[in-house]
Write a protein that binds this ligand. Sequence first.
Ligand SMILES: Nc1nc2c(ncn2[C@@H]2O[C@H](COP(=O)(O)OP(=O)(O)OP(=O)(O)O)[C@@H](O)[C@H]2O)c(=O)[nH]1
Length: 372
Amino acid sequence: MDSAPGNDLQAIQTELNRLESYRRRIYLGVLILTIVIVLLSWAFRENGDPFIAIAYPVFAVVLAGLGVALWYRATSLRRMEIILIAAVGTMILSRLAWHFHFGDPLGQHLLLLAGGHYWAVGILIVSGFITLGYRGGMVTGVATFLFSAALAAYEILGCSAAAEGACQNWVYLARIHLFLAILLALTSAGTFLRERTWGAFTRAETLQHWANTDPLCGLSNRRGADGFLAAEAALADRYQRPLTIILIDIDQFKGINDDHGHKVGDSVIRGFADILANTVREVDLAARWGGDEFLVATPGVDLRAARHAAERCRRAIERAPIAGISVTVTVGIAQYLPGKGIDDAINRADAMLYRAKAAGRNRVITEACELA
Ligand SMILES: Nc1nc2c(ncn2[C@@H]2O[C@H](COP(=O)(O)OP(=O)(O)OP(=O)(O)O)[C@@H](O)[C@H]2O)c(=O)[nH]1
């Protein structure tokens, strides 16, 4: 069936919650891995590296604290993502800065920088885009790149000023930053295109949804129903399976509008649509056919069963007020005849509805019963 809008929104919310839960678990896994790397680096550090000796245990504690906050959902996931990138970025870049400001001459640890630290800088740039999207990724990526490039420039200028030939390694630093710039450009372009494409798909889907959906009650409109009916008629033609058309009209609806106002009339339409959406099966169609008239199509159901279901629905509506108002409905039912086209079945159901109205409303009339 075409579900009620409330059901759709609930399903989307459930899906979003599930995805958020996955993301939290992934970040938690990455945090645990990072803590392990930090502790291993600390345990196997070279003697005389005060940064690792002092800062790494602090890093491990901070990361563990972030893990706990993530686990207990201390704040929104979005805020948590920004905090995570900021914290990990600070750790990586402070370690890089340490090498340039306080470490040995560059040549002695260039291998270490190229083999580990600049990989971490690259991962930080990519992670910013994965975690924060295009805009957040650009902020993180450009800031990280500029910071790293400024450190390299500082180093190169410093050693060039110190002595002739003391700075042969500048080419490696320049190359590393060229690669980081390419990584930033590729990742930002990829993220930008992906977000734009995704946005266009989402807009197209939303447009299609609303083109086929009645804005007041959330059921299919006539246009949305047409596609379903054409497909089901083709299946009924091919496999000779029954297809029943049920037309339902709210009785004296004009009177409800006149007596209680249009807003209440709208609430009655919405309330009735909800009841209908929750009454029909998954494979059925429930649509607002126009005004106060609704169409239900039930593939694989014969007239007798359809009449039974419609009668149950009519009685339920008669018993329980909608939006505080007693409402009754009149129903006309006809079966699709293979090869005759769907309009033929709808017209015959409409004729039954007309007869039921003429017979005094608040009743169900099927073509078969008429014939009988
Ligand atoms: N509040 C509200 N009224 C609507 C909407 N669409 C159509 N209507 C009104 O529904 C009323 C339908 O009136 P009729 O076609 O005479 O049907 P009825 O009053 O139910 O009479 P019977 O079908 O003979 O029982 C009209 O007054 C329309 O203006 C809507 O979206 N909201």
